[in-house]
Design a protein around this ligand. Structure first.
Ligand code: BMA
Length: 359
């Protein structure tokens, strides 16, 4: 009798723990395990949709197996990033011309192959009709919050983005809305909305997605741009109760200081930022990520091993995402491609024990 009840107790614990392991829990655990074992997932924006010299034409017929990263390193990036810009209008294609059907299919294919997916969103400016980079009004965030004159219209935009996530089904992905908020180039940046308005925007997005739409499979990433201090990073932090990943976006810009000097500065600033992020991640019990980075056109043929890797290697960064390889702007690439000058360097980066790609 006692033995039987023990078996039942064990079975019910097993049933319970299976029920409690949601796709979100599994993705969070996978990232946490990676951080604990010192592994960093390499991520690339729009990787399966197009590359430096190609673009998927017929996505419904295409197996979506092409990848600039795979062409160089023999493996897919461990994570792929996509952007939802223009979904707010009910458009078929995103702001860079990528069909949302392709994005959905590629995201699910990548997850099916054992990879991970992260989403950003650059919605247009609902007040001016301009794009996400239109900072000509400082009333945009105020106007979309409850009570604002654009609130109802903006809730339809949120609804369309939520519809997309719902259409992915029961899989977990990372969502990184309202990123680079400490800059001055998006309508949600620090120069055009107050701290409280920004936090309210983030929480409104989270509440609508999670509580009204039941989208509980998203890992929410907060990603101010760098460089930052702990204080400046946390100034607009929406709260531990809704954020899963502390990320940051930080690029190397060459400018007038020249390639080498900008590389040295990037390594120094990025290492400092990641040290701060590591500390904040520990204090807040959160994962950390370098959610966007890169050097446009990668003129430094040793960039991956001599610049990016040294800045990253000592920190429990769960993933590092380099931006897209535009097929229609030859100089606008941040990932490797076959024929680019730093192929060997990328291969050596991808072969490092800490760096994770996907077979
Ligand atoms: C920017 C550039 C743009 C693109 C936008 C959204 O960094 O790559 O060309 O439209 O991101 O993907």
């Amino acid at each position: 009798m006692k033995k039987i009840s023990l078996i039942f107790a064990a079975l019910s614990v097993m049933a319970c723990s299976t029920e409690m392991t949601t796709p979100k829990d599994q993705l969070a655990k996978r990232l946490a395990d990676m951080a604990a074992s010192g592994q960093i997932a390499y991520a690339h924006q729009d990787d399966l949709a197009y590359g430096h010299t190609w673009c998927v034409e017929d996505w419904e017929a295409d197996a979506l197996e092409r990848s600039d990263v795979k062409a160089v390193a023999g493996k897919y990036p461990a994570m792929v990033g996509f952007d939802l810009g223009d979904i707010e209008h009910g458009a078929d294609k995103n702001l860079d011309g990528v069909p949302f059907g392709l994005i959905r299919k590629a995201a699910l294919a990548h997850i099916g192959r054992g990879g991970m997916v992260t989403f950003s969103w650059h919605p247009d400016n609902i007040v001016t009709g301009g794009d996400a980079w239109d900072v000509s009004s400082n009333q945009v965030v105020a106007s979309i919050l409850p009570g604002g004159e654009k609130h109802a219209e903006f809730m339809v935009w949120l609804q369309r983005a939520a519809d997309f996530f719902e259409s992915l089904g029961d899989v977990a992905v990372i969502f990184r809305p309202w990123h680079e908020n400490s800059g001055n180039w998006f309508w949600w940046c620090a120069n055009v909305c107050t701290v409280d308005q920004y936090k309210a925007l983030f929480r409104m997005t989270y509440d609508y997605f999670t509580n009204e739409r039941g989208l509980t499979n998203l890992l929410w990433c907060f990603s101010p741009n760098g460089p930052f201090t702990e204080e400046s990073y946390m100034e607009r932090y929406p709260g531990d109760d809704i954020i899963d990943i502390l990320g940051t976006d930080y690029y190397q810009f060459v400018g007038s200081e020249g390639l080498d000097a900008s590389g040295v500065r990037y390594v120094a600033e990025l290492s400092d930022m990641l040290a701060r992020l590591t500390k904040m991640g520990r204090e807040h019990g959160k994962l950390i990520a370098l959610s966007e980075t890169g050097l446009e056109g990668i003129p430094d043929t040793k960039w991956w091993c001599d610049v990016l890797y040294p800045a990253l290697q000592d920190y429990p960064v769960t993933y590092v995402l380099t931006w897209r390889n535009a097929h229609d702007k030859p100089g606008h690439f941040y990932g490797p491609w076959e024929g680019y000058g730093g192929e060997e360097d990328f291969k050596a980066f991808a072969a490092k024990d800490k760096i994770l790609l996907l077979d």
